[in-house]
Design a protein around this ligand. Structure first.
Ligand SMILES: NC(=O)c1ccc[n+]([C@@H]2O[C@H](COP(=O)([O-])OP(=O)(O)OC[C@H]3O[C@@H](n4cnc5c(N)ncnc54)[C@H](OP(=O)(O)O)[C@@H]3O)[C@@H](O)[C@H]2O)c1
Length: 297
């Protein structure tokens, strides 16, 4: 497969998109950011910016002409749009599509309650598989990254609140879970694009860190010299809350289901085959990454 040089990114101003954009620029790809006409996002001068109605296949097709790859880091609320972008990428003869995954392994989540909430992501991968089987020049790579490690502390999700020195410990707090820092996610996307043959038509799972909540808490307490106030939460209770939300059509059930998916005792969702190796990337040191988080607060 020919080298990938021209890359279009959609959602480049977002939580995942910004570090992916930085990594693409650091690796000398020719980058085009596709952004919505109403977006207030701004981009570095070296990025070609196209303001496009992302719900229009025709508008997207002309915006994607000449691109070698498309990376979608679209917001969760807009994941349904990925299918439109896939259609446009196919029409524009783009060779590689990376859909907006960047979280739990949606292949594993198929058929589960979390999978129900992630239905659009699962359907997008199914669609990419179907298209790549029909057109041998069209390829895709799915990238599951686990939780966004550094971002999760800043966003105050996943239980640990560093500023207020509190921690919600889910079940025993001893279930290993996998996560990736935002910079690692950027490097992973770059590595996929630099290894087009090895990564074609594959669903890859990467993680730069695998740890338990209690291991993280211990390091946080050592590094801050403070004891955190902990409360224990049963993930089975969270599941009940999420079920009630789903019955009312409340999509925020995602939060409780994902916490259960990640942290429940015996969940077994820490990365099994870390594709970091295939991508030539090293895992990161837990204490060093926690220190960086603390410095960034
Ligand atoms: N594993 C984790 O811990 C974790 C955490 C967060 C997100 N994720 C996943 O990462 C992917 C990207 O999420 P994100 O948090 O990075 O996205 P985000 O920051 O919320 O949004 C990314 C971009 O999507 C574009 N967009 C298109 N339609 C939109 C709409 N209707 N509302 C808002 N933005 C819209 C915007 O770009 P323009 O303004 O340029 O158009 C926006 O900057 C998703 O698949 C999400 O599920 C995973």
């Amino acid at each position: 497969m020919a080298n990938i040089k021209k890359v279009a990114i959609i959602g480049a101003s977002g939580n995942a998109g910004a570090p992916v954009l930085t990594a693409l620029l650091d690796s000398s790809f020719e980058v085009t950011a596709i952004t919505r006409p109403e977006s207030k996002a701004t981009f570095p001068a070296s990025v070609t910016v196209k303001r496009v109605d992302i719900t229009s296949v025709d508008a997207l097709t002309s915006a994607l002409e000449g691109q070698d790859a498309v990376v979608s880091t679209l917001a969760s609320v807009a994941i349904g749009v990925d299918k439109t972008i896939i259609d446009a990428a196919l029409t524009a003869h783009v060779k590689r599509y990376i859909p907006s995954e960047f979280g739990a392994n949606t292949r594993e989540a198929r058929g589960t309650k979390l999978g129900g909430i992630l239905k659009s992501k699962i359907e997008n991968i199914d669609y990419l598989i179907e298209l790549s089987e029909k057109h041998d020049w069209f390829t895709w790579t799915g990238l599951s990254t686990g939780s966004f490690f550094d971002w999760s502390f800043r966003a105050g999700i996943l239980g640990i609140d560093i500023k207020n020195k509190t921690a919600r410990i889910y079940d025993s707090g001893n279930e290993p879970y996998s996560a990736s820092t935002l910079s690692f996610i950027g490097k992973s996307v770059v590595a996929i694009l630099k290894k087009p043959a090895e990564t074609a038509n594959k669903y890859l799972t990467v993680a730069s860190i695998t740890a338990t909540q209690r291991e993280i808490l211990k390091i946080l307490e050592e590094e801050t010299g403070s004891q955190f106030q902990t409360t224990t939460v049963k993930t089975s209770d969270l599941e009940n809350i999420a079920d009630e939300k789903v019955a009312k059509g409340d999509g925020s059930a995602y939060v409780e289901y994902v916490i259960q998916w990640v942290f429940a005792d015996g969940a077994g969702h820490a990365v099994k085959e870390n594709a970091a190796k295939l991508l030539g990337l090293e895992e990161e040191d837990l204490r060093e990454e926690i220190k960086k988080v603390l410095r960034g607060l």
